[in-house]
Design a protein around this ligand. Structure first.
Ligand SMILES: [Zn+2]
Ligand SMILES: [Zn+2]
Length: 267
């Protein structure tokens, strides 16, 4: 994390609704160019914008940036910093998966995220589709969602250590397709123990957690990540929080930020 980003992140912790550090462009699986994202963020009145890319994985994934395009991505964001610097503070980020090996050189900041279950060198993305997730839990864990959650949170617990993250991404992404506890019970003791172990490990790093509205804009959830009980636990234990949209289009920058406000109004 460079000094400028460190100052912007501190500003976002104080005034979370004016910043969005988790957005994606057509360099990975987003819809719009970096410049279109910048213009939309200025129109929405944001004072800081972070444009990220998904880190490449050790295997092919269509949603990540191609390794060979990282330099061009960074150069494009740096040019936009010059062009729009008087209107918005702009940053170039990598959303790095805990299982990615891609170096973070040249990025202003890192969001550390867990997207996969991994067992015996087999991966299953938890956020691709309900069918792929259910099939993966069945194949890898015999349908035991609590074993899957333990696997997921064990990986997430290493996010800062593995990715050098400044921000911890969508803490309970594993609940993306679990609206109304349709797949597993989030009050189950094994589930609660699993997320608490990850929360404790990550709280000890002092890094920032995001309140992420991405699954709301994509129609999978009605509330941001993480679940209220997790945010409460994080806040009680001194976590610093920011809002982010995880937007993959210019329209969704700072999406549904009103739903995150309750967490920032707490004394
Ligand atoms: Zn992510
Ligand atoms: Zn993302």
């Amino acid at each position: 994390m460079n000094e400028k980003f460190s100052a912007a992140l501190a500003g976002a912790i104080k005034r979370p609704l004016l910043a969005d550090f988790h957005t994606h462009t057509a360099y990975c699986d987003g819809k719009h160019s970096p410049e279109e994202m910048v213009q939309a963020a200025i129109e929405k009145g944001l004072t800081s914008l972070g444009i990220c890319t998904h880190s490449p994985m050790p295997f092919y994934e269509s949603y990540t940036i191609v390794e060979g395009e990282i330099a061009a991505f960074q150069a494009e964001i740096n040019a936009l910093k010059q062009k729009y610097g008087n209107k918005i503070a702009l940053f170039c980020g990598m959303e790095k998966d805990v299982y990615s090996q891609t170096p973070i050189a040249g990025f202003d900041y890192v969001i550390g995220s867990a997207h996969y279950l991994k067992k015996d060198n087999v991966y299953c993305a938890v956020d691709l589709s309900p069918a792929a997730f259910q099939e993966g839990v069945l194949r890898m864990f015999g349908g035991d969602y609590y074993a899957a959650a333990e696997n997921y949170y064990e990986a997430l617990a290493t996010a800062v250590q593995k990715t050098d993250a400044d921000i911890i991404g969508h803490f309970d992404l594993i609940t993306k397709f679990n609206e109304g506890c349709s797949l597993f019970d989030v009050t189950h003791p094994r589930y609660v123990a699993a997320w608490k172990r990850a929360a404790d490990a990550l709280l000890a790093t002092g890094k920032v957690f995001e309140i992420n509205t991405g699954a709301i804009s994509r129609g999978w959830r009605t509330a941001p990540y993480p679940a209220t009980e997790i945010v409460d636990y994080l806040q009680k234990n001194g976590a610093k929080l920011i809002a982010s949209s995880d937007s993959h289009s210019k329209e969704n920058i700072a999406y549904a930020y009103a739903l995150t406000e309750q967490y920032f109004l707490k004394p």
